[in-house]
Ligand binder design. Structure first.
Ligand SMILES: *[C@@H]1O[C@H](CO)[C@@H](O)[C@H](O)[C@H]1NC(C)=O
Ligand SMILES: *[C@@H]1O[C@H](CO)[C@@H](O)[C@H](O)[C@H]1NC(C)=O
Ligand SMILES: *[C@@H]1O[C@H](CO)[C@@H](O)[C@H](O)[C@H]1NC(C)=O
Ligand SMILES: *[C@@H]1O[C@H](CO)[C@@H](O)[C@H](O)[C@H]1NC(C)=O
Ligand SMILES: *[C@@H]1O[C@H](CO)[C@@H](O)[C@H](O)[C@H]1NC(C)=O
Ligand SMILES: *[C@@H]1O[C@H](CO)[C@@H](O)[C@H](O)[C@H]1NC(C)=O
Ligand SMILES: *[C@@H]1O[C@H](CO)[C@@H](O)[C@H](O)[C@H]1NC(C)=O
Ligand SMILES: *[C@@H]1O[C@H](CO)[C@@H](O)[C@H](O)[C@H]1NC(C)=O
Ligand SMILES: *[C@@H]1O[C@H](CO)[C@@H](O)[C@H](O)[C@H]1NC(C)=O
Ligand SMILES: *[C@@H]1O[C@H](CO)[C@@H](O)[C@H](O)[C@H]1NC(C)=O
Ligand SMILES: *[C@@H]1O[C@H](CO)[C@@H](O)[C@H](O)[C@H]1NC(C)=O
Length: 709
């Protein structure tokens, strides 16, 4: 959400130390205070280009054939421009009246379909029908571009483009603007940063076409149209669709394989406001990644009739039928081609603590027909599976080994391309998802919520190998099955788009609050969600925020924690940013008279430092304002679960709302001590409506300042 502002703040932190390259030119982003624009200038572009002209004549570099170059001017989210400047030119610029700040352009990192069903989105009740599937919400996606021919961007069933849309579809290399339609309503590329940094430019840099696949995957996850009968080589077979299948997509290619520069990302200031770079900034939605209730399998049947469902994503219907089953202690290490060359047929059992990837690599260089991998710690988060085989647990492995050693002519049969849904336990926090607290705003609990991010099927570019057989055979496909927080974020963004469609008047903070306070901390067995990253221990809000996002509940959250732009300014003021830093974000006059680090956020976190005495009890007080978005009169009572070792009090304990949009204030105090073991403890405050209709839950976390994870 509000990706542009989000990016600005990212720079504030990432770029507080300006790196200057002495004589060579590099790209700088320059923030200006527009109130200093001299009257004669008719526009900001005019002012900025005249500034650059003046640098030409004053700088010692003026004799060079390369003058300073203006790349982009910015006027929506920030005032200023980006330009290719030498150090001397930068110094001259710094003396100008109206300059707020200037910093060097930074590399923007890529953060980076069954999921809709798993999230209980359905045509009959809840958020899909209420939002008409996100009809007419415009989602701007800043990523690696788009493969416009993908079936996910077909505009079947889409109505006319809303007249408020003012963006365009830029033609470019291998990208005819006629490829845009009523689904893919915009496509632009911002390449000046990458061109300035990369003189070896290619035609491919002049196009919004995705040459990577990532942007096609994320945008089709947010708002792709339905595509029947898709799969990943037989796995995950079904209809693929975005979370908001009737939303419009406006694509901004800002990440080029060739490298990515912040000035290009900043230039994306058109269109509607949903994006998903990952970080802990207070005005964005931060989404952690989790698994789904889906299992990709090969079923293994032994000659004695025992059938075991193993994990597999081998991308073809391999023929493994009554294959001789071979187990030998020496070969079972599966760690050398020489050893494996002793086996020229049959199915080997690999039983070792070696990594699965290294084993499958050795096996794929051998003449073995198939393999059974016994592994206790494989986490099922990756689609790499280039040889016929299955992964089974040590318990099951013991039975298979026993049969292989004692059975008469032991054999194995494996059927591939099997998909099971509704499997337990799900969701589980992914191993790779990043954990809070956010280093830049440690006082705000991040991530906010969790969404499916593991092995998500969505569109991909067709001219890329997405899977492999053996060592040399690459396989391409129009859909890819990949994992990442980059896959979880478009689920969050898609749900936000649906909520915006259902409640056009809600602010981004209200939408986020609805998602946080209705998120589910329990998995599909009714137990607290677990965390793969901590060996399946109970997950803390530092890993998953309030829990798995629940879109249908978020439609009707009862109460919301709202925030205004001024609230964010008050937070920045409390963090002792300089006037220039805040002006860089705010652009216009601001007033720090009400500074407060206590943002009206739908969650609570206190951090203790390790040095603090473990005996003395510390107190932290929070104030919150909640707005009734339910219908009419409502009474809520607080139900508090304190983090282990802490006490929590809430005042008042009952909130009475006379009508819709009434606001009430409450305070929450946490009494806590520092824990030398640096553990994270957590609880919650739940506002329960008297009639039981709404429960509004906020996590409460006590965590060490210096994370141990
Ligand atoms: C773009 O597509 C339109 C319609 O298909 C076609 O008439 C036009 O020639 C194409 N332009 C380019 C530059 O290929
Ligand atoms: C440009 O290409 C040349 C030749 O391939 C290479 O030596 C040089 O490092 C490249 N420059 C950049 C900035 O990539
Ligand atoms: C996709 O499948 C649905 C239901 O089976 C069907 O109604 C629809 O026409 C199909 N769409 C296409 C493009 O084949
Ligand atoms: C789906 O695709 C498969 C293989 O491409 C085909 O055999 C099958 O008939 C298709 N099913 C539908 C419902 O279109
Ligand atoms: C393979 O694994 C076995 C058993 O763990 C070990 O003894 C051997 O040294 C390993 N060989 C190689 C080449 O790593
Ligand atoms: C939240 O605050 C914003 C900004 O002040 C306001 O526009 C909005 O109406 C408020 N309420 C909701 C439910 O978003
Ligand atoms: C900000 O400055 C004040 C006054 O110097 C100080 O008390 C406070 O701890 C500082 N806050 C932060 C977050 O550094
Ligand atoms: C800031 O606002 C307060 C009232 O909220 C006012 O008294 C003060 O003069 C303002 N300061 C500036 C610099 O505008
Ligand atoms: C600061 O708070 C006071 C009292 O609530 C309010 O009147 C004033 O408008 C606020 N000033 C700003 C800049 O938010
Ligand atoms: C925290 O402090 C205790 C006591 O001073 C020390 O033993 C422990 O190693 C510290 N832990 C960390 C993670 O710094
Ligand atoms: C800290 O860890 C130690 C060793 O695991 C344990 O004995 C002790 O009870 C723990 N302390 C707390 C406060 O949990």
């Amino acid at each position: 959400m509000e990706c542009f502002k989000q990016i600005l703040l990212f720079f504030l932190f990432a770029c507080s130390v300006v790196n200057l390259v002495s004589s060579e030119r590099s790209t700088y982003i320059v923030h200006m205070d527009k109130s200093f624009m001299p009257k004669p200038f008719s526009s900001h572009q005019h002012w900025y280009s005249s500034i650059l002209d003046s640098l030409k004549s004053t700088s010692p570099n003026s004799h060079q054939e390369n003058p300073p170059i203006l790349l982009y001017t910015y006027d929506t989210v920030l005032h200023g421009f980006s330009a290719l400047l030498s150090r001397a030119e930068l110094e001259a610029l710094k003396k100008l009246l109206g300059l707020v700040s200037a910093y060097s352009d930074k590399v923007a990192t890529l953060d980076t379909t069954h999921s809709c069903e798993f999230l209980s989105l359905n045509p009959f009740t809840g958020l899909w029908p209420a939002s008409e599937y996100g009809k007419d919400v415009i989602v701007g996606v800043m990523d690696t571009g788009v493969w416009p021919e993908s079936l996910s961007y077909k505009d079947d069933g889409m109505t006319e483009i809303p007249s408020r849309w003012k963006g365009g579809c830029d033609g470019g290399f291998d990208f005819n603007s006629s490829l845009c339609n009523k689904k893919l309503i915009g496509a632009k590329y911002f390449n000046k940063g990458v061109l300035a940094a990369n003189p070896n430019n290619t035609k491919k840099m002049y196009s919004a076409r995705d040459t990577d696949g990532h942007g096609t995957h994320t945008s089709s996850t947010v708002g792709g149209n339905s595509v029947n009968n898709t799969s990943f080589f037989g796995y995950a077979l079904g209809t693929a669709r975005g979370v908001a299948p009737r939303a419009r997509l406006a694509i901004y290619k800002v990440i080029f394989k060739e490298w990515s520069y912040a000035s290009d990302v900043l230039a994306g200031n058109v269109g509607t406001r949903l994006g998903y770079l990952h970080n802990g900034i207070p005005w964005v939605l931060t989404v952690a990644a989790a698994s789904m209730d889906r299992w990709f399998a090969g079923s293994l049947t032994l000659g004695n009739g025992l059938t075991i469902t193993g994990w597999s994503l081998f991308p073809a219907r391999a023929f493994v039928h009554n294959s001789a089953l071979i187990y030998s202690k020496t070969i079972a290490a599966c760690n050398s081609t020489e050893l494996l060359s002793r086996v020229s047929f049959g199915t080997v059992i690999c039983d070792t603590s070696e990594s699965f990837y290294s084993q499958i690599d050795y096996v794929s260089q051998s003449n073995v027909q198939a393999a059974i991998f016994i592994s206790s710690y494989y986490t099922y988060e990756d689609s790499h599976f280039n040889y016929p085989g299955v992964i089974i647990s040590p318990d099951e492995g013991a039975k298979v080994i026993n049969y292989a050693l004692k059975g008469k002519n032991p054999t194995a049969t494996i059927k591939f391309q099997q998909t099971f849904v509704g499997t337990t336990t799900a969701p589980v926090v992914a191993g790779y998802t990043s954990r809070g607290p956010s280093p830049s705003y440690p006082g705000i609990l991040k991530p906010d919520v969790m969404a499916p991010g593991t092995l998500v099927l969505a569109s991909w570019i067709p001219n890329d190998a997405v899977s492999q057989i053996g060592q040399n055979i690459g396989l391409s496909n129009d859909f890819n099955l990949i994992s990442g927080t980059s896959m979880a974020c478009p689920h969050g963004a898609g749900i936000a788009a649906l909520l915006k469609g259902a409640h056009p008047g809600w602010s981004p903070a209200a939408i986020r609050s609805a998602m946080v306070t209705t998120a589910n901390p329990f998995d599909n067995t009714g137990n607290p969600i677990k965390d793969i990253g901590f060996n399946y221990a109970v997950a803390t809000p530092i890993s998953m925020g309030a829990g798995e996002v629940d879109p249908n509940s978020a439609l009707d959250p009862g109460l919301i924690y709202n925030a205004t732009a001024q609230d964010y300014i008050n937070l920045l003021c409390s963090m002792n940013y300089t006037q220039m830093q805040i002006l860089t974000i705010k652009r216009s006059n601001y007033n720090c008279s009400n500074q407060s680090s206590d943002l009206n956020y739908p969650s609570f976190i206190v951090l203790y430092t390790n040095g603090t005495s473990t005996k003395s009890v510390l107190t932290k007080k929070f104030e919150r304002v909640v707005t009734n978005v339910g219908d009419g009169v409502a009474t809520y009572k607080a139900k508090v679960t304190a983090p282990k070792g802490s006490d929590v009090s809430v005042y008042p304990e009952t909130l009475v709302f006379g009508q819709k949009y009434d606001q009430q204030t409450y305070s929450l105090r946490i009494y806590y001590t520092a824990d030398q073991n640096q553990t994270v403890t957590f609880g919650s405050v739940i506002w329960v409506e008297e009639n039981g209709k709404h429960t509004v839950r906020s996590p409460i976390v006590v965590a060490p300042m210096i994370p141990v994870w």
